[in-house]
Design a protein around this ligand. Structure first.
Ligand SMILES: Cc1cc2nc3c(=O)[nH]c(=O)nc-3n(C[C@H](O)[C@H](O)[C@H](O)COP(=O)(O)OP(=O)(O)OC[C@H]3O[C@@H](n4cnc5c(N)ncnc54)[C@H](O)[C@@H]3O)c2cc1C
Length: 401
């Protein structure tokens, strides 16, 4: 019996796999998504839903800008819950404000091609500095906490669990085939070996996140791709007002590309690491998003290795809750706890064709919700014209409206 044939087979039903299927669908490709779970349960439903394009640089910024447009399109066409919220950043010390000021200055000189496509807003609006009272007016902080802050208006917020379900349903309703509870054991040029039998594919996109080391161990080892584990909480808390946008803190400024490239970040890193070795040891990124039901996602910590222990130390949760209380002056009640895992490597992305027609696509740092749809679009655009396929109805109305 010959294998069923597809133009494109995608391995993995997370945001990057769905992004590849979305790109294939819009080009009229016969597309199959193979996902080992009965639904997506990976990093794409375990994150903050923070689509933080502004603090990205280089390739991440390019993928992020494309992804931003695709998220907006999916909000309109697929019923994805999306807030054009921007990002808020609270600065609790002068050295945190210095990082924000330096980025605001740098972005005021951004070339037009690099600007956010936000209703023609000038580049200088990308990072809007806030003084202490403006910050306190926009974020329900404990009294006296902020010395200033910033608003990054172009950023977005999704609800990860809702988004993955909505995009999956949207694609399934428009001709993308899904095979859930189906594991992929091997991928060779033109053939994907699944636990339900082989399928033939002109091109395969492997979007299995950290599990790329299961299908392509030598690639993961050569490129230094390991796993990063994260502790997360969802809490209820009596904040003085809703959180109008995802909230970053000084700890976040140590991480994202554009903040981390400032000269001011060195003094900030030295101070935070000197003052708080306990939080440094957790590799904290203190940040928050509020979901439509009012609950708050609280995180996160980071620990890396070829394997991630499933046993989450309670010290991490204690630290996250203590820092929450100090920042907001409100006592949180834990509703859920979970561990997230993502691929982590020296580069920000894995974008490689190790075998003819076999494409590996992953975010190898924690920015795949922000950039993943753009990465997937880039990967599929790179080979779609080479596919020899029976024309299928294209869904132009989505792509061009
Ligand atoms: C706690 C946490 C917070 C984060 N916060 C943010 C954030 O706010 N903003 C942001 O931009 N990014 C964030 N990230 C990063 C982002 O979530 C990831 O980069 C992104 O979701 C990765 O998408 P993916 O599709 O590659 O992986 P996943 O969502 O993990 O999907 C991979 C899928 O592949 C499937 N799979 C694996 N192997 C096989 C196989 N052999 N056969 C079949 N199926 C297979 C898995 O079951 C899984 O469903 C966060 C990540 C975590 C963990």
């Amino acid at each position: 019996m010959s294998a069923e044939r597809f133009d494109l087979v995608v391995v993995g039903g997370g945001v990057i796999g769905l992004g590849a299927a979305y790109a294939g669908m819009r080009r009229g490709l016969r597309t199959l998504v193979v996902e080992r779970g009965s639904e997506a349960t990976g990093a794409s439903i375990r994150n903050f839903g923070h689509l933080c394009v502004t603090p990205q640089t280089g390739v991440a910024r390019r993928h992020g800008l494309v992804a931003r447009e695709l998220w907006l399109r999916l909000a309109r066409d697929a019923g994805v819950w999306l807030r054009e919220s921007g990002t808020l950043v609270v600065a609790r010390a002068a050295d945190e404000l210095a990082v924000l000021e330096e980025l605001a200055e740098a972005r005021s000189g951004a070339s037009p091609g690099e600007q956010m496509p936000r209703g023609g807003a000038a580049a200088r609006d990308e990072v809007q500095l806030l003084d202490a009272s403006e910050t306190a007016g926009r974020i329900p902080l404990a009294p006296g906490v902020a010395v200033g802050g910033a608003f990054l208006p172009a950023d977005l917020q999704a609800d990860p669990r809702q988004a993955l379900q909505a995009i999956t349903a949207h694609l399934a309703g428009r001709g993308v085939e899904f095979r859930f509870r189906t594991g992929v054991g091997a991928v060779e040029p033109g053939i994907v070996r699944t636990s339900r039998g082989p399928v033939a594919a002109q091109h395969v996109v492997v979007a299995t996140n950290h599990d790329v080391d299961q299908l392509f161990p030598e690639v993961a080892e050569r490129l230094g791709i390991v796993r990063c584990g994260l502790d997360m909480l969802r809490v209820a808390a009596p904040l003085a007002a809703p959180l109008a946008a995802p909230l970053l803190t000084g700890w976040s400024l140590l991480r994202y590309g554009a903040f981390a490239e400032t000269t001011a970040v060195h003094a900030l890193r030295e101070r935070l690491h000197g003052e708080r070795p306990d939080l440094t040891a957790l590799d904290l990124n203190q940040m928050y998003t509020q979901l439509p039901d009012g609950s708050l996602i609280v995180g996160d910590t980071h620990y890396r290795g070829a394997a991630i222990t499933p046993f989450q130390g309670e010290a991490a949760a204690d630290a996250l809750l203590e820092e929450f209380e100090t920042l907001f002056g409100a006592t949180p009640r834990v509703l859920e706890r979970w561990q997230g895992v993502y691929a982590s490597g020296p580069e920000e992305f894995l974008d490689l064709e190790p075998l003819p027609g076999v494409h590996l696509a992953a975010a190898t740092t924690g920015i795949g919700m922000t950039t993943g749809l753009g990465l997937a679009e880039h990967v599929v655009a790179g080979f779609a014209d080479r596919i020899d396929h029976e024309p299928r109805p294209r869904h132009h109305q989505e792509g061009t409206r």
